[in-house]
Design a binder for this molecule. Sequence first.
Ligand code: PHE
Length: 337
Amino acid sequence: LLKEALAKIEAAEDGRALQEVRVSYLGKKGPITEVLRGMGKLSAEERPVVGQMANDVRDEIKTKLDEKEQKLEEIRVSKQLEEQKLDVTMPGRPIVQGSRHPLQAVVEEVEDIFIGLGFSVEEGPEVETDYYNFEALNLPKDHPARDMQDSFYFTEELLLRTQTSPVQARTMEAHAGKGPVKIICPGRVFRRDNDDATHSHQFMQIEGLYIDHHVRMSDLRGVLDSFVKRFFGDSREIRLRPSFFPFTEPSVEVDVSCGLCGGSGCRVCKQSGWIEVLGAGMVHPKVLEMSGFDPNEYSGFAFGMGVERLAMLKYAIDDIRHFYTNDTRFLAQFKRV
Ligand code: PHE
């Protein structure tokens, strides 16, 4: 019996087979239990001898079972370790790195240029009051120029700002009538427009404002000319055309010479040689006054430009919607920008 049991233990190849052996020999229906149960039928002399033998056999089987069990466990563990082995010399999988959004890159570049010209960077709220978005900019409630910018209103007094110009009024108020004020302000603006290749209901602007004693139109021209040359390249020229904004007088629209044809006329500039890039003008005396500056003492200029437009011109992007759809094939092209 013992030999047979030991052979079976030896042959068991996994924990389950071993458990079967254990049950069949040491279990309640096993042969050893049977022997011990039958002890009553034996004579007084035989009993201790048989009992001793049965106990010895049981102990031996038990010991061998335990030994084998441990051995099997060791094999299982080392097999598992073998399977999970890690080759630390293997090259890693590359991690796909994101990059700055092209609009953010342009904003930062424009900021750097204007910081170099002595401007500091301000911010203003995207949810704006009717007062700052329109009234303080010389657009009273019934002013027809409000039609130029269809707006997203929350209430009669609150709207998503349609331009970054309200930051002009906010910043002037904060300076309490004392110049100089020399700021730019990048930010999102919102207009009720139908989205297409050149229009979006949400886009970005960068506002500029410079107020001091004796600020003149020629200062505006000089600053914008420096900016355009730094941003687009030294060969670029600017041109000022008369225009209208309620908060500037006089007002101008600023064109930059076409970078493709250099001014002779091509597809990009619609044969005109010029591309419109921003609106600007001398801050209206009424606007100065409403925000606490004495127009007899101070004058200033302001400008506002579309960030998407700058980016599209600089990087030859043909559809404004590329900026918002987050196609990584588009975004990945600006990794080094
Ligand atoms: N806020 C004007 C616009 O959105 C641009 C502008 C800003 C014009 C400052 C003049 C001065 O079109």
